[in-house]
Design a protein around this ligand. Structure first.
Ligand code: CAO
Length: 414
């Protein structure tokens, strides 16, 4: 028995944000029925293809453990089938452009009429306000949510991050909202709307930067080591690789950095571990010198502190440096490439990196469920082919007979 067994999700999602959410719910055991337009399906099936005529990695890596039904919700029979699906599902999840579901004829009010217990969950780019009608993709959300203005180096342009905090981040937020609404429904018997705007999700993940917007306005920036440039104009600046927290940190070069773009280590200069750090890198002189041996003194010369650390780390590989520093309780971590992560046996052992078999593409690597439940283990099953479960769902979930299925097919509804 898995945690969400018995919960049925009507998955109207596409691209990345919505599919991330419903994939998580599927890993927890929900029956996720992905509704796709006949012929094309989720546009990501055909995007960024690495093999001809095979579902892309973009699609396969975001749609595990789901069933696929093709359905044209703009045809009469398609609308009938969709209505029946709303009746027998617990949750509908969608991330269409604003108003698309209403244009299909399935507003929130209509859905409540069809099934008062339905939970209707949506992702949009923006919440109500001047931008509410905009279509939004990942990097737009990163820019509008405050991540880009605070990422990168102070003398360079705003920068987006590789982590998909706009899409996958908002999908995660939505999944929590859905599970919470399901929990509340246990007590009230009522469904409700769950809405997440990508701008809001990114801003939530950039929370500490709004903290700093207010904190830095109150005092000179040079006292705050996480902002290396030492100046504050009127907005939180970009902090480069500084930690952004109370503990100063930076990325330093390790042996081989000239050839390997990822031969780097992140090191944090924590007061409690400073003695161990100085000894590990053979800079005992720092411990004697009042210009170096207090946190307040060091804050004024952080660049020199990290230069000193780098002189030592650049003689060691990142693994060697990490071994020595972690033995001295110095918080540090390697910059790992995607190649290294793909080959990491510990991540394979926990199921965070999994190998999946697919009938047309063969074996590929994916990220499994990063949330581990002791009583609800996740098994990663391949993504469905387009419409693979259409007949199964019409028959078993909706109870349609062979004649009704044939009629829906001939109308082009499925
Ligand atoms: N049957 C019939 N019609 C269908 C259908 C189906 N099964 N599935 C989708 N459609 C229709 C929609 O109803 C819509 O039609 P209308 O324009 O007539 O209302 C149309 O297909 C296109 O949907 P869309 O506008 O959502 O798609 P798009 O490619 O133009 O925009 C995106 C994509 C992502 C920009 C937009 O959906 C969006 O802003 N979503 C919200 C924010 C979001 O999740 N962004 C993250 C994307 S991941 O980077």
């Amino acid at each position: 028995m898995r945690a969400l067994e018995g919960v049925r999700i009507l998955d109207m999602t596409h691209v990345q944000s919505g599919p991330t959410c419903t994939q998580l719910l599927a890993w927890f055991g929900a029956d996720v029925i992905k509704v796709e337009r006949p012929g094309t399906g989720d546009p990501t099936r055909g995007q960024l293809r690495d093999l001809p005529d095979v579902d892309s990695l973009y699609f396969t890596m975001l749609n595990h453990n789901k069933r696929s039904i093709t359905l044209n919700t703009k045809r009469d029979k398609g609308k009938d089938i969709f209505t029946k699906l709303v009746q027998c599902c617990d949750v509908i999840v969608e991330n269409f452009a604003p108003g698309a579901l209403d244009r299909m004829g399935f507003s929130w009010e209509r859905m409540q009429q069809i099934n008062p217990k339905i939970i209707s969950a949506s992702i949009k780019g923006f919440g109500p306000g001047p931008y509410e009608d905009f279509k939004v993709y990942e990097n737009v959300a990163q820019c509008a949510g405050g991540a880009a203005s605070t990422t990168g180096f102070d003398d360079g342009p705003p920068t987006v991050t590789g982590a998909q905090i706009g899409d996958s981040g908002t999908g995660l937020h939505l999944a929590l909202g859905i599970v919470t609404a399901l929990f509340q429904r246990e007590k009230t018997g009522r469904g409700q709307r769950v809405e997440c705007a990508m701008q809001d999700g990114v801003l939530n993940l950039s929370r500490v930067k709004l903290r700093d917007q207010q904190r830095l306005a109150h005092g000179p920036l040079k006292e705050y080591p996480q902002y290396p440039n030492g100046t504050f104009h009127d907005a939180t600046p970009r902090s480069g690789n500084a930690s952004g927290g109370g503990q100063p940190g930076w990325i330093v070069k390790c042996k081989g950095w000239e050839e390997d773009p990822n031969a780097y280590l992140y090191v944090i200069v924590q007061e409690a571990a400073f003695k161990g750090l100085a000894r590990s890198i053979q800079r005992e002189d720092w411990l004697e010198d009042p210009e170096w041996n207090t946190a307040t003194a060091r804050i004024q010369r952080l660049e020199q502190v990290f230069d000193g650390i780098e002189q030592w780390t650049s003689t060691k590989t990142k693994a060697e440096a990490m071994k020595v520093l972690s033995a001295a309780n110095v918080p540090c971590g390697p910059v790992l490439s995607m190649k290294e992560l793909a080959e990491d046996q510990a991540l394979r052992a926990t199921g965070t990196v999994v190998e999946v078999d697919h009938p047309t593409r063969g074996r590929y690597l994916s990220v499994g469920n990063p949330i581990k439940l002791s009583d609800s283990p996740s098994e990663v099953k391949r993504s469905p082919l387009l419409g693979e479960h259409t007949e199964e769902i019409l028959r078993d979930v909706l109870g349609m007979d062979a004649g009704a299925v044939a009629a829906a097919k001939s109308e082009g509804a499925v």
